[in-house]
Every structure is written in C-alpha cells, then in structure tokens.
Ligand binder design. Sequence first.
Ligand SMILES: C[S@@+](CC[C@H](N)C(=O)[O-])C[C@H]1O[C@@H](n2cnc3c(N)ncnc32)[C@H](O)[C@@H]1O
Length: 244
Amino acid sequence: MSASRSPDDSVAIFRKSWTLYDAITERNYMFHRELYAEVAEQVAQVGRFGPFRLLDLGCGNARFLAPCLAATPPVHYEGVDLSAAALAEAREHLKTLPAAVFHQQDMLQALEEGESTFEILFSGFAVHHLDSAAKQRFFHAAARRLKRGGRFLLMDVVRDEGQSRDEYLRDYLGWMRTTWTEIPVEQLEEACTHVAAYDHPEQFSDLVQMARRAGLTETPLRHRFERHYLVGFVALESSRVNSE
Ligand SMILES: C[S@@+](CC[C@H](N)C(=O)[O-])C[C@H]1O[C@@H](n2cnc3c(N)ncnc32)[C@H](O)[C@@H]1O
C-alpha cells in the first residue's frame, strides 16, 4: 500500500481469492520454494535457543510459512493482514499451532501500535506495498518490537541499484510475461496490473540504510533469486531504545 492510497485497493487482488497467487507460487515463479527453505532454517536456528514468538506481517494465507512453523513451532504466532479471505485460509494452514492469533489490520499500524516483543519478525512480499516513508517507519517499529538479539526476516522484491521504479516495472513485467507462461493470459495481465499499480520496491542499499537508521544490523543472511530477496536484520541493542 502506498501511504496515499486506500489499503483496500492494494490488497483487492488478495481479498477476492487466493487462486491466482497460489497458481503463481505453486509454479515457484517467485522462488517461494528456495526462499522459504531458508526461512525454515532461520526459524530452526532460533528455535534451538528455546521458546520463541513470531509476528508475521502481511501473512497472506501463510501457506509457505506453515510447514516452516510445523517443523519448529513458535510458542506464540501472530499473523497480520488486511485481507479477510487470506486470514481465513491462514487459520486453516496454521491450525496445528498451539497459539496462533490473527489480526485483520494494516501491518504498519499493527507494528506501531503493538507493545509485545518477538524473537522473530517476518514479512514475505508485503513491504513493497509501502512507500519509502512508510517503509522507514516500518523498520523503526520493527526494531522496537524485536527482543534483543531478535531477527527480522524480510522477503521481498528489490530494485537494482540506480534503477528507477519505471525501469524496474518495465523489467519485471517483461520478465513476468515471458517467464510465467503457465498462467492464463487474462490472469497474468491481472497480476501485471496489480504489480504496476502497487509495487514500490526499494534498492537493497536503501533497505539497509533504513534498517541501520532504525538501529538494526544486517546479518550474513542474503539470498537472491532474480528480483526476489530474503535478508536478515538483527536487533543488537535493546528493542526499546532503537526508535527513541
Ligand atoms: C504477495 S502476498 C504475500 C503473502 C505471503 N506473506 C507470502 O510470502 O507469500 C502480500 C500480502 O500482504 C498483504 N498486505 C499488503 N499490504 C498490507 C498492509 N498494508 N497491511 C496488511 N497486509 C497487507 C496482502 O493482503 C497480501 O495478503
């Protein structure tokens, strides 16, 4: 969601039904398989230190996070999404978790207004809906909501250094149209329209700057498949002082 747009518009494609997004991710067009394998590893690493809590921002239907958490269950899971349809499916996918709660809410608002802290914050392919100012607020709030030593795992699309948003979109939409060949043309164009209207990916260096300004430190975790990244940040300082 861009701060200037209604959140309702940017998630309309996810509210109607998950069929299109599921069709895209099933064919691994956004590299969910590889990226979530690494998330599973990160979650397992944290789980080895003891009980942990996880906040999932823009959780969607949590279809790919669910197996990671089945392998290493958190003592508490919170999923936030604007889409009721997504949350209904997420409840089903995560029904074996002992303590899972869901909020139909704007993720930035949830992050900024909440008080409880987490060992893991996770966000998959949702932060690019925020404009730059909102992303910076997101990082500040994330730092505040992480326990000391807690990790923020950010999975998202990223622009090349020096690439404008228009250049990125030309590139990404072209790649979608030539690579996502198993998606029926009409649905593919629906996905392209959504991306063109609502995707605001940052350059990697700008994400790192935003994280540093919020008091977060990069971890060695960085995976890239085409434009799709998984990066890790850690709260080395007390989570309460970072956003002061
Ligand atoms: C592309 S899906 C990603 C789903 C899942 N996390 C994944 O990794 O595949 C993006 C999700 O973010 C949600 N979303 C987008 N902007 C949001 C906002 N401002 N607040 C809460 N949810 C948002 C959408 O409703 C959608 O469910």
